[in-house]
Design a binder for this molecule. Structure first.
Ligand SMILES: Nc1ncnc2c1ncn2[C@@H]1O[C@H](COP(=O)(O)OP(=O)(O)O)[C@@H](O)[C@H]1O
Ligand SMILES: [Mg+2]
Length: 227
């Protein structure tokens, strides 16, 4: 089981507080993060692997302090962005996934075997030697997931991973992420159907935590704001 704990956290940019969370503890496997544009969702997501730093307060992920132990924080978390193009770093699929394992200290054969297994898990094994840039957007996102999950992170953070995908691809990516692909999956999304599939939802508004709880209730309150 994974755990995310934030205490008295504030994130500031240019002296302005963009996110403030007094007390938040999450142990669910799948966590939806919802809220309007600019409400602090990405900042929250980025706090969890140390991409964003709190000005004050403490962020613990699986008891690891993200600020004081940045290397451990990064190595236990995988981050998936909306645009899969920014995540592809090598020419072919297999090379791209193997690249994720470069510093793990495996033999070349073991690296290849693990990368193949990760590609197989997302249904792309048959394209292992194809150029990554020849993939469709949906396939690129699957590749990004393989390149993240091959390192077996305990936390996967996905920031609007289906935003650029058509309905079919979005559904496939969502199902895969929520299978779940890690002990904990944090899914930032504007897709309320998708948020509803998570165990817990967190709603931010103007940098504040509005509600945490069963997605059905949290979504209903969010939707009421626009009724
Ligand atoms: N690197 C940054 N520098 C300055 N302001 C930022 C930075 N990142 C985010 N912000 C600001 O923080 C607020 C929250 O942004 P963000 O977390 O990206 O919101 P969301 O993901 O919900 O759209 C916004 O007002 C945004 O402009
Ligand atoms: Mg965002």
């Amino acid at each position: 089981m994974g755990s995310i704990t934030l205490k008295d956290v504030e994130v500031q940019f240019d002296g302005k507080t963009v996110l403030a969370i007094d007390d938040l503890s999450l142990t669910a496997n799948t966590i939806a993060v919802i809220g309007a544009n600019g409400s602090g969702k990405s900042t929250f997501a980025r706090l969890l692997n140390g991409l964003a730093k709190p000005s004050t307060g403490q962020v613990l992920v699986n008891e690891i302090d993200v600020v004081t132990e940045p290397k451990r924080a990064v190595s236990q978390a995988g981050f998936i962005f909306s645009n899969p193009d920014v995540q592809i770093v090598m020419p072919t699929l297999i090379e791209d996934v193997e690249f994720s394992l470069r510093s793990v200290g495996l033999s070349k054969a073991e690296q290849n075997a693990q990368a193949m297994a990760a590609l197989d898990a997302v249904g792309l094994k048959h394209l292992a030697d194809a150029p990554a840039q020849s993939l469709s957007s949906g396939q690129k996102q699957l590749l990004a997931i393989a390149a993240i999950t091959v390192r077996k992170p305990s936390l996967v953070i996905a920031d609007e991973p289906t935003a650029l995908l058509d309905l079919g691809n979005a559904k496939q990516i969502a199902q895969l992420l929520l299978s779940p692909v890690a002990d904990q999956v944090v899914l930032v999304t504007h897709d309320m159907k998708l948020a509803g599939l998570c165990e817990v939802a967190v709603h931010f508004d103007q940098g504040r935590l509005v509600s945490v709880g069963a997605p059905k209730d949290v979504i209903a309150r969010y939707e009421k704001m626009f009724a």
